[in-house]
Structures are given as C-alpha cells and as structure tokens.
Ligand binder design. Sequence first.
Ligand code: ADP
Ligand code: AMP
Length: 209
Amino acid sequence: MKVVLLGPPGAGKGTQATGIVERYNIVHISTGDIFRKNVKEGTPLGKQAKAYMDKGELVPDELVIALVQDRLQQDDCKNGYLLDGFPRTTFQAEAMEKLGLAVDKVVDIQVADEILIGRATGRRVCKKCGSTYHATFRPTKVEGVCDECGGEVVLRADDEEATVTNRIAVYHKETAPLVDFYEKKGNIVHINGEEDAAVVQEKIFAALD
Ligand code: ADP
Ligand code: AMP
C-alpha cells in the first residue's frame, strides 16, 4: 500500500502516521523529519534546508524530490510507504508521476486554521527520539521529559506563532491545490481532523481497509 498523508501543518499527520504504518506494515517517510535530522547532523542538505525551514518556507522542489526518490528506492519500501509531508507542491506531485512513484490513496486531514495555530504552538517534541506531545491535548507525564525515552521535550524551532502562521499561508498557496490534483485522479479521501485523535485514526483505517 502506497499512501500520501495530506494536510496543513498541525493537522495531525505525524500523530496518525504511527498507527497507520503499524496496521499496514509500511514505512513512514516524513520529509520534515528527514530534513530535521540533516539539520541536526549539519549535513550539506541540512545546511541548505535550514534557512527555508526557519522561515516556514518550503525547501526547493529539486532538493526534496531527489531526497524522496532516493529514499523510496531503498529495500524497506517494497511493501509500501506512507508519505507524510510529501508531495507539498503540484510540481512535486507531477515529478512523482514522472518518476513512476505510485500513490494508491491520498488521505486529506482537514483542520481549520484557528485550531492549527494552537496545535502547532502547543506541540512538543522529544529531542532524542522524536516522539510528539501537546502541552494541553497530550502532555508528557513529567513536564519536559519524554514518556518513551526520558529525553528532553521541547518546542520545535518552526512552531513559534509567527512561523506557524506563515507555514499555514504557504500550505494554502502551495499545497492546498493538491486536493484538486488528486480529486481529479479520484484517489483522495477527506477526513475531519478536528475530532479526537483516536476517532480520526478509526476513520482513516475505515477509509484504507
Ligand atoms: P502534523 O504532523 O500534521 O504537523 P502533528 O501530528 O505533529 O501534526 O500534530 C500537531 C500537534 O497537535 C501535536 O502536538 C499533536 O499532539 C496534536 N494533535 C494531533 N492530533 C490531534 C487531535 N486530533 N486533537 C488534538 N490534538 C492533536
Ligand atoms: P513538516 O515536519 O512536514 O512540518 O516540515 C517541516 C519543514 O520542512 C517545512 O516547513 C519545510 O520547510 C520542509 N519540508 C518538509 N517537507 C517538504 C516538502 N515536501 N517540500 C518542501 N519543503 C518541505
């Protein structure tokens, strides 16, 4: 199964991805996670991506496409993949098609802008293992400490309110047109992402089963 998770920043893509990859035994590929790892490790790719990420802008298409093409060729993708945060522009979606990278189903998680701001600014991530929490909706048992690995749990650099606002605007301009793109292909399902995370999960499973 080859699935794309579409939705604005803070919609719950990463949160939902964990259960989806477990249920369908596919790999989770988050381009945002890959970029953050490269920034942390100071690789040439990370150095190129950082300036865009800090401003809440998209990393240039060529960099992202090369990275995804390379990742999808790896052996663990043979049983299928869940793309989280890619494609994010029509150019990226068209490039996928040209490269023969298949998409069986697109899951579009819909959440209103005013809710997204609270989701993203309240998001807390573990510096060590990447687990995601929310200051109000999914707090850690001990403040600032990851339940999974004991690592430090912090605000993501691009989750400051001004950057989140820009990321939402970039989503509407660059990424939202993909809803129409996949609507024309007839392989997109729309899920209300404003409900409780467990309810959203059940609806996604029902759409993918
Ligand atoms: P995305 O990957 O789409 O940017 P995340 O999965 O990281 O979004 O979720 C953003 C924040 O919102 C996180 O702090 C997460 O814990 C929280 N969250 C996710 N889904 C829900 C939900 N259905 N209700 C409330 N909070 C949620
Ligand atoms: P995310 O974790 O999905 O919210 O992504 C964090 C940041 O990484 C984005 O704001 C972009 O700067 C960059 N990024 C991730 N995926 C893409 C993509 N497909 N195209 C362009 N930039 C991306």
